[in-house]
Design a protein around this ligand. Structure first.
Ligand SMILES: [Zn+2]
Length: 245
């Protein structure tokens, strides 16, 4: 739980990182597993704000480590929940995982999947979703404004968010992680789409990147991102080029 930029706090929640943006009122990005609401509200108080200051909750995708505490936060605040249509459709029924996923190639990913993903809750308490984003919603006029970037490889409705603060902050969701260096996510619903998503993100400029799992990068993050992942871009392009052959 710490402030990582002028207006931005990273919350180490059970399950995943959440992020609190302070732009007068507060916006939360992702909630962790169920059982995190008291921790989130205590942090809000610790920075001199009130639970009622939390006005928006953005959910990057359906998984329970990102959406698990949404329903309980909605009992304690009036925040408006915003999520993409394909993933909202699932969590409204309490479904927080799609059955078919591909484990990312490599022994380490297999191990991480077995240790951290396999036993994760597949359901959440069904929340309310106040605003369901469609593919038409490219901008969100909250705080300094967000660009919504569909990145459906890890989950069909996953979105990354580019916040238009000084230099730009990219909320990468689970397109990648940064536990011990930038790395692919341990699993994707569609692995090759996941690589294409990294290529999509690399088209944007951002000073900072924050991820669902791991540490933020606070300087020249777009350059580091591109350097780390560009070896996959050729593969994702090649696959697209061959899509109809
Ligand atoms: Zn995920």
């Amino acid at each position: 739980m710490k402030q990582i930029a002028d207006h931005l706090h990273q919350l180490s929640l059970k399950g995943a990182n959440g992020f609190l943006i302070d732009h007068g009122s507060l916006t939360l990005v992702d909630t962790g597993y169920g059982g995190n609401s008291d921790r989130i509200l205590a942090y809000i108080k610790s920075i001199g704000k009130k639970p009622q200051d939390l006005q928006h909750i953005l959910l990057t995708h359906l998984h329970s480590d990102h959406t698990g505490s949404l329903a309980e936060l909605q009992e304690k605040t009036d925040a408006e929940a915003i999520m993409s249509a394909p993933d909202a459709e699932c969590v409204l029924k309490g479904q927080a995982f799609r059955a078919a996923v591909e484990i990312t190639p490599g022994l380490l990913h297999k191990l991480i999947y077995r240790l951290f993903v396999k036993g994760a809750p597949r359901t959440v308490n069904p929340p309310r979703i106040d605003r369901i984003l469609t593919s038409q919603d490219e901008k969100l006029p909250i705080g300094k404004g967000f660009t919504v970037i569909p990145v459906p490889g890890h989950a069909a409705g996953q979105i990354a968010l580019l916040y238009h603060d000084d230099g730009g902050t990219l909320f990468a969701a689970d397109t990648c992680g940064n536990m011990a260096g930038l790395a692919l996510a341990p699993f994707y619903e569609d692995y090759h789409q996941g690589l294409t998503d990294l290529h999509t993100i690399a088209n944007y400029r951002f000073e900072r990147i924050v991820v669902g799992h791991g540490n933020p990068i606070l300087k020249a993050a777009d350059e580091r991102f591109e350097k780390r992942f560009n070896k996959y871009f050729e593969k994702s392009k090649r696959r697209n080029a061959n899509a109809y052959t």
